[in-house]
Design a protein around this ligand. Sequence first.
Ligand code: NAP
Length: 482
Amino acid sequence: MTEHFGDRPMLIGGEFVASDGGEWMDSINPATGEVHGRVPAGTVGDVGRAVAAAQRAQPEWAALHAFERGRLLRRLADAIRARSDVLPLEAADTGNTIASLAGDIVLAAGYIDFVAGLGMEIKGESVPATVENIHFTMREPYGVVGRIVPFNHPFLFAAAHLGAPLIAGNAVVLKSPDQSPLSASVMAEICAEILPPGLVNIVSGHGVVVGDAIVRHPAVPRIGFTGSVGTGMAIQRAAAETAVKHVSLELGGKNPMIAFPDADPEAIAEAAVNGMNFAWSGQSCGSTSRLLLHESLYDEVVERIRERVAAIRVGDPLDPASGMGPVNSEPHYRRILDIIASAKAQGATVINGGGRPAGDQFERGFWVEPTVFGDVTQDMRVAREEVFGPVLAVLKWRTADEAIAMANDLDLGLTAAVWTNDLKAAMRTVRALQSGLVWVNGTGRHYLGTGFSGWKNSGLGREECLDEVLSYTRVKAVHIIQ
Ligand code: NAP
């Protein structure tokens, strides 16, 4: 029996409100396919109200000392930590396993704590442009920032993505995702409790309505987007049709993990499976979804991966013993099955899974087995397209040049991993890889302060570091003429 989480209003101007159009959207539990809550179907008018509220709140916030903004952000982080009640709701709404979701709260709060300490780094430079005058730069907030987030970690993103714009002195209008919109309402409650009314506004609704209205709003000069490449490009176009705007994009990946012959087969198998993030059905931009194995390792590593993946317990995301739940939505489920079918048709070997799991509990909802394909070749869809699902593609290589060429042969470049104990081989590969982040003998983990960013079509701009905070400011040069 699906728990019902009720109607979850939006936060606009400090008030919990329905849409001015009066329409609501159902949210579906992906484990059962049943409706388990509703959010308002926001309108262009709702976005207008949210932007107006943000405009009213922002000047006073920007006028606070950076320490004071940081102090309130730390309170926000503590309040996030205290809301572990969001976990069942988030697990039910996304299909991510409850055991893994506790980490999202820790990450979100940790990120806000991190940026809360960066307020004094929002500074300019003194430049000796002339001997007699004073020349310096200063940084100022944009005003109202639009943040649009995807479905895979909606609470983590709704929380963490507020930090950088807020510490920089901006107000925010955030759009929750259509597919898993419920947990943003918990973030709305936290914001309403701690922050001045209107400083953060959370609007639900369809991307092409609410997201587009935020992007096109003339009083929103700065957009921070996380989502798919196609939507990112649509946002760039829409923004450019309206005004000259600063758009940053965190987009998809098809992330290679290259294993050299000297690497330990067990460590590679473990890292490849962990890096796939099966706990949230592979629905992570950074998942190491292409494993490029030296041919000498292939048979042994593939067998070890098969054992590990076959042992993943697929089941109710609310059961702490589950290692993987359903995928997020029906359209997404159909797309994943389509790529699985294409891999089979193109001659890949099924190492594990490859369909819907059998059993009564999987008859409803959007379930896909943890799937591994071997004998994948570079021309196959499963080797080239982001699946954003529980599907790992394993490819073989003979020379390091061949492996690097395979890794770089896509228009995506988010993360990559290199496994070897040969420092020269590692560094040569790191230099050659076209991606914004490379792990050597690691996968998955983000390191705050070092930044996260995509190359090529995987993105524009950097997050999780000081650059992100500064990107929510504009620079003004000042010349004091003596
Ligand atoms: P998506 O379809 O691009 O949607 C992302 C957000 O954009 C949603 O809130 C969506 O609203 C909204 N949106 C859709 N069309 C829009 C438009 N025309 N204008 C403005 N906003 C619009 O992505 P998704 O399927 O939710 O998420 C999966 C993708 O996100 C994957 O490609 C993944 O790699 C990427 N991702 C990247 C990162 C990173 O840090 N690089 C992190 C997480 C995920 P609706 O939900 O209402 O359609």
